[in-house]
Each structure stands twice: as C-alpha cells, then as structure tokens.
Design a protein around this ligand. Structure first.
Ligand SMILES: Cc1ncc(COP(=O)(O)O)c(C=O)c1O
Length: 390
C-alpha cells in the first residue's frame, strides 16, 4: 500500500479513549457511572427549533443552498452579530458550516501556509492543534497557569511570536477551564496581534454560558483594526443544545470570507438545508429557552465549584463560563491520566484527564449533567481523594 498522508497518520488517538472505553465496560457490567465527560448540553433541543426543521422538511426544503449557507440564516446571523456582539458583518462575510469544528478547520485551511505557526494558549480545546497541523501549520503552545486563571498574558503572547507566526487562537469562555478574558484583557491580546499583523481566531462558541462575573466581549468589536485581524467563530451546538445538528459559522473580513466560502463550496457544497431552517428559528425564537438553560448551568456551576473546592489539596479557580471546571489535582502526586483512571476504577467517576488539553496537573469535569450526578460524583471524588491522603 502506498504511504498515507504523514500529517494525518501522525494524529495521536485521543487521550480520553482509555477512560471512555473503561467507563463503557463498567456500564455494560451494570455499574452506575457518574459521568462528567460530556462536552455537550444535557438539554434537548428546544421545540421551536425542531418544529421549524420539521416544517422545512415537510415543505421539501431538502436541496442544496448557497455554499456559504442559507441567505436568510446568514442575514439573521448578521443581525445577531450586530446586536449581541456589536460587530457589523454583511451576509457575504458569514459562512455557515457543518459545526463550529468544521468552520474552524476551514478557517485554518484558508489561513495557513506550510510551516506557519499558530499560537495556542494551553490548556486548549484538543482539536485546535490537530486542525492547525492538518492545515500545514505548526501549533505553538503558551502554557498558562492556575494562578493566572489559565489566561495568557499579552507578555506571554508577545514572547511566543516569531517571524513564522500567523495567528493566535483565543477561546473565551474557555474549554476546558471555563475561564474568561475580561474585555480589557482581550483588547490587550488584540493589540499585540495588530502590532505584529497576526490573525486572531476568536472562538466564541461558549459566549452564552457566561455567568455574569466577567463581561463577555468579542474581539472584532473593539475597533476597525481588531475587526480586520479577527475571524469570529461560533455555533449553535452549545447555546441551543444542537450538538447533533452540526451547524456553526465563521465571520471574517471580506477577502477572507470569500476564500473561505470558495473552499467550503468544494469541501462540503453547503451545510444541511433543513437543519439551517431550524437554526433560523433558534435565532428568532430560542432566547427564552437559552435563558433557562444558562440559569440551570449557573446553579450547577456554583454547586460543583463549592463541592470541588472543599476537597483538601484541590485548587480550582471559579470558572466564569462554559460548563466545565478544571481542578488542579497535582497535590495527589500523579499525572492526570493516572488520576482519572484510578478515580474511575475505584469510584466509577468519569472525568477527562487534563493531559488531553495540554495540562497534566488538572482534570476536567463537565457539569452538563444532573445536580444528582454532581452531588454524588463529586462526593465520590472527595472520598477518593481522602483515601489517597491516608
Ligand atoms: C471550544 C470549542 N470550540 C468549538 C467546538 C465545536 O463545536 P461544534 O462543532 O459542535 O459546533 C467545541 C465543541 O466541543 C468546543 O468545545
């Protein structure tokens, strides 16, 4: 057999695989697992969205639409971006893709030349480095620290820039840490990017899961120079509990958007037509449901953070957004994979080892689960930690 693509074959299997297969094995044996591994809301997609999609199917809206997405949806997205994010885009600058992940992959393919470096603050969402590599780029990690709430400082950012740097990825609220940059902190990062003429890929997918402590801001809203250097990425998965619908979007300066749209026309033709009609209803009618889900996440965030912080030796800054906590378990003298494996075996609690996100001192718990799961699972984790301390 001829050799396969060397970049693709070098992609390592997910570090979470060992945990998820063990959890599945225990479940199959009838054990009750307290799972904190989900990266998706546990709510159902709101009815108004499902009804609009069903009506679109019924009305035979089943054919290809414009490569960059349904015009009505792109117009509605422009309205949303103008009112909620204070960024002015025209519909031709918005590309609807098959999920935020697909939007991001295409953004890197559009942006990068072989060998270009992309700065990624660590811990990071685990797909960024692979997307950058597949697009021919080189991820450059900047390690952030629990003491700084896992936020990259402008000084750290500037120190990592080389003549090959093309872009920086900012995810706020963050997966996996749940932390957010304040508007001033974001602006300071943007200023460094502008000074060095770099792109900012602003992943705003968790923007609505922001619980009021830090104002959510969009990089491109800070002024024309910020706008000219930013690609704004977002999606429907998290805000509207639509993970399986596979719809996300990117908005960018005109030449970038044009190139991105051409790329998508060849790679995907267009996103799913009837799903886009559902997404249009999400933007127009989904707000009351979003508010209910966000309120539930906030209550759970408060509870899980209080329970985790009460475990001796566990350091966990209070996350201001997303639906994750990222406690530091380094005090227990083992790496995150071993901690996660032993916790699963001993107490049947499934967490994601931080090593998957480039930080081996922490584990990630998603609180997109019931309050009962939070109470019981974190209780079991506290017992596990107490036994380790003996
Ligand atoms: C930080 C971040 N960005 C983007 C995505 C992409 O989500 P989707 O492809 O479902 O829109 C995810 C999903 O987990 C994420 O956590």
């Amino acid at each position: 057999m001829k050799a396969l693509n060397s970049i693709v074959t070098a992609i390592p299997p997910s570090a979470t695989l060992a945990i998820s297969s063990k959890a599945a094995e225990l479940k199959a044996k009838g054990e009750k697992i307290c799972a904190f591994a989900a990266g998706e809301p546990d709510f159902d997609t709101p009815d108004c969205i499902k009804r609009a999609c069903a009506a679109a199917l019924e009305a035979n809206k089943t054919r290809y639409v414009a490569a960059a997405g349904l015009p009505a949806l792109r117009e509605a997205l422009c309205e949303k971006l103008a009112t909620a994010n204070k960024i002015s885009y025209e519909p031709s600058q918005v590309i609807v893709a098959n999920g935020g992940k697909h939007a991001l992959s295409q953004v890197f393919l559009t942006m990068l030349q072989p060998g270009d470096e992309v700065i990624i603050p660590a811990p990071y969402w685990l797909s960024y480095p692979e997307m950058v590599r597949v697009a021919g780029g080189t991820p450059v990690f900047v390690e952030t620290h629990v003491e700084d709430h896992f936020l990259m400082t402008p000084e750290q950012f500037e120190a990592a820039i080389t003549p090959r740097t093309k872009a920086v990825v900012i995810c706020s609220p963050s997966n996996p840490t749940g932390m957010m940059y304040t508007p001033d902190q974001l602006r300071a990062i943007g200023e460094v990017a502008i000074k060095h003429d770099l792109w900012v890929v602003s992943d705003e997918i968790y923007e609505r899961m922001a619980y009021g402590e830090v104002e959510q801001a969009s990089m491109a809203s800070f002024g024309p120079e910020f706008y000219d250097h930013t690609v704004t990425v977002n999606g429907f998965s998290k805000t509207y509990a639509m993970t399986g619908w596979r719809l996300g979007y990117a908005a960018a300066p005109k030449p970038f958007a044009k190139a991105l749209s051409s790329l998508q026309s060849h790679m995907a033709s267009a996103p799913n037509t009837f799903a886009q009609w559902g997404a249009l209803a999400a933007l127009k009618e989904g707000e009351p449901e979003v508010q209910k889900m966000v309120a539930a996440f906030k209550t759970r965030r408060d509870r899980i953070h209080a329970l985790i912080s009460a475990i001796p030796g566990v350091k966990c800054p209070k996350p201001q957004g997303a639906f994750y906590v990222f406690p530091n378990i380094a005090e227990y003298g083992m790496g995150s994979l071993e901690f996660a494996q032993r916790l699963l075996e001993a107490k049947h609690v499934a967490v994601v080892p931080g090593i998957a996100f480039g930080n081996d001192r922490c584990v990630r718990l998603s609180y997109a689960c019931s309050m009962e799961n939070i109470e019981e699972g974190v209780g079991r984790m506290a017992e596990f930690c107490a036994e380790l301390r003996k």
